[in-house]
Design a protein around this ligand. Structure first.
Ligand code: BGP
Length: 457
């Protein structure tokens, strides 16, 4: 039996843009996703845009009953910035009633809400001014955060500012998966810096405002494993860690950037524009806790033909294809549960054992209806095995002293995934793609209920 600590949170995660629907209704203005789908639908899966997603705007009350039915004790979702503040300044009262009602219902059902502020959904009005490229975005986000704390602070015990902030940096400014899909490493660094300062400004507003509860950030800091012990491979590993993980982890938890990151960016003429006083604000506003998303490890080797100054991450490190890897072929991601133990120990040893939780972990699988039994239930034993394997490693990390307070899977009900639409499913509940977007329980949901009830398995 793997027994977890008392009051351990058993939950699931989702985001507003991937679940709410009503994307351009009830006063909401477009995010970059709504607008990009309108401008360039060919980038998306056919007829799978962000307009309806899981229709949670209408279904949240019933969904909360479904959460209770599988023993969830916690749930993370996000607020949509463009629903709450359609023009960035004026409050949309319909959004206030929707979120207040939703969060009240979660609390009433004894499902601990963790509420996130930004999940890749940049307002279009701000993107037209440059999005995270402009310093104005920092104050705009701080105003949004302050508004959310004022309106919902009595209902939200734990806040997070961003989900995976490195993702909109790399997908929007290096790899083409998010709008504006430009390729520009210097801009990517500036976007990352403004995002970090927006996070800091939100934490500052939370702390000076004297709100109850705590505030954190959700990072995807897949551990990096080098091909070999050679100096060149180890340099590649260090660069990958600095750029992808420590760039947010260190300032958010330790209150400063790693000197090695500053040296690396300076060497390649990539230092962002900063303002006087930024360093002091970073030092004064560490997070109370971390959410860590984990799906796959990062494996690297020395870059093959690096340019200097660097123009792409590939000039610092190349991906390494580990021959012994086990794959989730549907999503194209390696399955390596041991990394969860390594993460747990890293947080304990290098980040003063700050409280943290697994904010996402899960397995996306295509064409799951193949596994439907005669009673109409998807028997997703592969997902149960995936979670068991990861929970065993997490348990090891906790036994070694790491301060982990929960495990959230991605996700509760199958949901829309950006450019991949509904290709890969992750949910405890299957969702039908046509109205009324009916949900039906999968076998993994039944299993998770027993885990939650026993506080272990
Ligand atoms: C995380 C994101 C989620 C979610 C998940 C699954 O990185 O925070 O938004 O989408 O990954 O990945 P995907 O949907 O790409 O299969």
């Amino acid at each position: 039996m793997y027994q977890f600590p008392t009051n351990f949170l058993w939950g699931a995660a989702a985001s507003a843009p991937q679940t709410e629907g009503h994307a351009l209704l009830n006063g909401k203005s477009p995010s970059t996703w709504d607008k990009w789908y309108e401008l360039a639908p060919a980038n998306f899966q056919p007829n799978q845009g962000p307009a309806i997603t899981s229709n949670v705007y209408e279904c949240y009350a019933d969904d909360i009953k479904r959460m209770q039915a599988i023993g969830l004790t916690s749930y993370r979702t996000s607020i949509s910035w463009t629903r709450l503040l359609p023009d960035g300044k004026n409050i949309n009262e319909e959004a206030v009633s929707y979120y207040r009602d939703y969060f009240k219902a979660l609390n009433k059902a004894h499902i601990h809400p963790i509420i996130n502020l930004f999940h890749f959904d940049m307002p279009w009005w701000l993107m037209e001014k440059g999005g995270w490229e402009t310093r104005e975005s920092v104050n705009a986000f701080a105003f949004y955060a302050q508004t959310a704390f004022d309106l919902f602070g009595d209902l939200v015990p734990q806040w997070t500012t961003f989900n995976e902030p490195i993702v909109h940096v790399e997908c929007g400014y290096l790899f083409g998966y998010h709008y504006p899909a430009v390729v520009d490493l210097k801009k990517a660094v500036q976007v990352g810096y403004h995002t970090l300062m927006a996070h800091i400004a939100a934490v500052e507003a939370f702390k000076t405002g004297g709100f109850k509860g705590s505030i954190g950030i959700i990072l995807n800091i897949s551990p990096t494993y080098a091909r070999s012990e050679s100096a060149a491979d180890q340099r590649a590993k260090d660069a990958a860690d600095l750029l992808n993980s420590k760039s947010f982890l260190d300032p958010c938890v330790l209150g400063h950037f790693p000197p090695a990151l500053i040296a690396l960016l300076s060497e390649h003429q990539l230092m962002p524009l900063t303002e006087d006083g930024d360093a002091a604000r970073i030092a004064a506003n560490p997070v109370d806790f971390l959410g860590l998303n984990y799906y796959q490890p990062r494996r690297v080797q020395a870059p093959t033909q690096p340019k200097s100054p660097a123009q792409m991450p590939a000039d610092f490190y190349s991906p390494y294809d580990w021959p012994a890897k086990k794959m989730n072929h549907y999503r194209g991601w390696e399955i390596y549960p041991e990394a969860l133990y390594d993460m747990a120990v890293m947080i304990k040893d290098e980040y003063h054992n700050i409280p943290w939780y697994v904010a996402e972990n899960g397995m996306g699988v295509a064409d799951e209806d193949r596994f439907m039994n005669a009673a109409g239930m998807i028997e997703d034993d592969y997902r149960i095995t995936f979670m068991q394997d990861h929970l065993r490693q997490l348990h090891r990390g906790i036994a070694a002293g790491s301060n982990c307070f929960g495990y959230h899977t991605w996700t509760f009900v199958d949901c829309w995934s950006w450019l991949n639409g509904y290709t890969n499913r992750y949910g405890f509940y299957r969702m039908a793609l046509n109205a009324p977007y009916e949900r039906s329980l999968k076998k993994s949901g039944l299993w998770f209920k027993t885990v939650s009830e026993n506080n272990g398995f």
